[in-house]
Design a protein. Sequence first.
Length: 441
Amino acid sequence: MVKIIFTAFIICFGITVVAQPTTREELEKQKMELKKELEQTEKMLNENKAKSKENFVQWKLINDKVNIQDRIIDNINRDINILDNNLYTTQKDISRYDKLLDTLKQEYAKSMVYAYKNRSNYDFLNFIFSASSFNDAIKRITYLKSYRNYREMQGENILRTQELRRRRIEELSGTKKKKSQVLQDKDKEMSTLEAQQKEKDRILSELKKQGKQLNDKMAATRKQLKKVDNAIAAAIKRAIDDANKLALKKAKEDEAKKVAEDKANAAKTTTSPSTTTAKTTTAPKKLAPKKAPESVLLNPENIRVNTNFLNSRGTLPWPVDKGYPVMHYGKNILPSGTTLETTALTVATDIGSPVKAVFEGVVSNVVYIDEMQVVIIQHGKYFSTYSNLSNVSVQKGQAIQTGQVIGKASANLSGEGGSVDFYISDEKNQLDPEKWLRPRR
């Protein structure tokens, strides 16, 4: 019985291993997404090449293209590792089935030899009639039936194990073919990566020839970004000052109203003695201290907008329908190897592309900096800022809805395309805008 249980366990284990799902499907899905992203990046790179000579946007796009290609190759390597593990597991199962078949065949052969030696009816009857009692005879008959069933089960187990072994051999062959195909795909992707790396080096070499021009553009970019940062800080300070003045005005109005009510109550008590007696015997009520507001910028009119804006973190729409991020919040490495630290997300787009508000709010200010316009929108205690605009169609104090066009993208400093600088701030800090926007498709 122990051998029967062990055999059944091994067979069930084999079936379980065959039925277990793998993660190759997930890797294939990820690979398809990377391919799609690579195609989009290549399309934008080709469009940019058709418009102008080598520039920072091209260098950024080819960089991203190489990074995506690296991720595709990493995806293939992980797929190969999974296939190798599957090959090892399958080969191990086949070896296990071989050992199990040897054991089952040996046991089946022994039982058949024993049955052959005791095949005569005389031996069968002698075994039954030699019982000491009727109950003992019944038990011997039951034993003989069980033994016969055991031999039949041994034969079925051998056939079932042979079938499982056959399936695993077929699976081993299929996995080897898949691995061969994946290795061929890897060779193709490695060749593609090599070509992309050469293109990246070529663009970098051309950009280095424009070293002085690029340095001048980066210096101008730093100045422009600094001016926008100052404009945002000034707008937030002005909003806080206005909120404080409004709060102070309201506090004075409330105080004057309270004084007027106290005088009216005092006049009533002097004309009614009974009321005076009642008032003097009643203990004055203690007013509960007012809870300090979370921010001076929050008021009953914008608390809802503030809450909804905060809850929309990571799902806000992009300020342009068609665009590509070329500079991110924080440190950005330039072709020269130097770094440019920004508090904005710079999105490359076509000149004149509509720029849209990412959330409802109120225009805090519209600022002119050099030849560009900057729109700052308040969302409670948060602010979104859109820089490098032209043809701004909103004004200070105007209520804005999500997706409303506020202006158009202006040309970048190199004049080779359009761009928009997008900021997210609260009353104290500049925040990473990309963490507030929905993932790019």
